[in-house]
Design a protein around this ligand. Sequence first.
Ligand SMILES: Cc1cc2nc3c(=O)[nH]c(=O)nc-3n(C[C@H](O)[C@H](O)[C@H](O)COP(=O)(O)OP(=O)(O)OC[C@H]3O[C@@H](n4cnc5c(N)ncnc54)[C@H](O)[C@@H]3O)c2cc1C
Length: 390
Amino acid sequence: MMAQADSIVIVGGGPVGALLALSLQQNGIPFSMLEARAKGASHSDTRALALSDGSRLILEKLNIWSEIEGQATEIKSIHVSQHGGFGRTKLEAAEHKLPALGYVLPYGALTKALDAALDLNHVLYDAVATEVRQLPKMTEVFFKQVDIEISISSSLAVIADGGRSLEDIPIIKRNTKDYGHDALVSKVKTELPHANTAYERFTPTGPMALLPDGKSPESHVFNLVWTGEKAKIDALMALDDDAFLKALHLAFGDRVGQFLSTEKRNRFPLKLSTLKSVAIPHLAIIGNAAQTMHPVAGQGFNVGLRDAEALAKLLISVSSERWGSEQMLQDYQKQRARDARGSLKFTDSLLELFSNDWIGISGARGFGLGALSMFKPAREFLVSKMSYGK
Ligand SMILES: Cc1cc2nc3c(=O)[nH]c(=O)nc-3n(C[C@H](O)[C@H](O)[C@H](O)COP(=O)(O)OP(=O)(O)OC[C@H]3O[C@@H](n4cnc5c(N)ncnc54)[C@H](O)[C@@H]3O)c2cc1C
């Protein structure tokens, strides 16, 4: 077993971990980042991330936005409707004096730009963290790299593993709710061009979204996210392409014309997971590892980027002796708890309101959507919440 020491160790080099690493690098703070995947393996990941305007500003400050802007599709309007009910609303970027309401970006484009900006002397690829151990004045992270077992002790270990591999660290207590729902994701080609419009549609079986894909408004490609109970998603996954496209048209309606073709369908489970707020010395948890939410309101990933930004700012603002101290981590939690709780509440209330199919509720929803389309302050609240978490 080899042993090393560094000031800050980041476990997970996904977009959130890599963004924290880049902020530290740009401010001369020493760090090591462990990433389980091979170098460049995430660059071909085509999953579509919905970025808010607030996230664009974070990436701009780090000089990353100019590298990825060419691959980001602007969302100029969001059309919200419900299946089988009246009422709809449209949010427009121009009305809110924003360049765009958000952006759709391939996951791989973001990780590629972040990796290119990082000093690779501080990044360890193929490095799988296996255990995190608390010591009196530091945290020790054990990892395996090409069958060699290594440990690094640090003043602060930051877990940014997406919440999937180190879930069972005993000191981390979580509140978890399994929605029993999965998300089916794919790219689909449509008869009508996307015209930089994102569609959010609430159906009795779960919300679905179409996010525009391709810089030109004339592109006919959308990213589809279709959520529903696992059994419903099982059935959709089992259909052949033609039957799937017909089912999609039935659920989505005519707004983008016919659905012409689909790429491979993938799925992932949806759960709600948050940390119970306890500041653990020498350990911070950020991104999806800290909170996982339903994608209905497009909040989770953007909250993760704000975690990384806030932690970097705090590390820059305090002296190195205070890195990982209980006080520093309490300050971090205080700053972040409101945003994470607010985004979860916002996401959950949307789900509650739109998942019920009781008599009367569909009418109330229609009324809500109608009211939203009439009242500017309500639309402003929604746009500000979705764009900046405020
Ligand atoms: C299968 C799947 C599909 C998704 N699809 C979509 C989608 O289509 N649209 C959308 O908006 N959101 C999607 N999401 C959610 C979205 O990916 C997350 O919100 C976002 O990636 C969170 O970023 P992150 O950096 O916190 O975590 P991640 O992106 O998960 O990054 C975590 C990183 O940590 C690394 N890692 C994990 N364990 C270890 C370990 N033990 N040691 C070292 N490194 C480790 C991983 O290799 C990864 O690079 C999906 C999530 C999943 C799980």
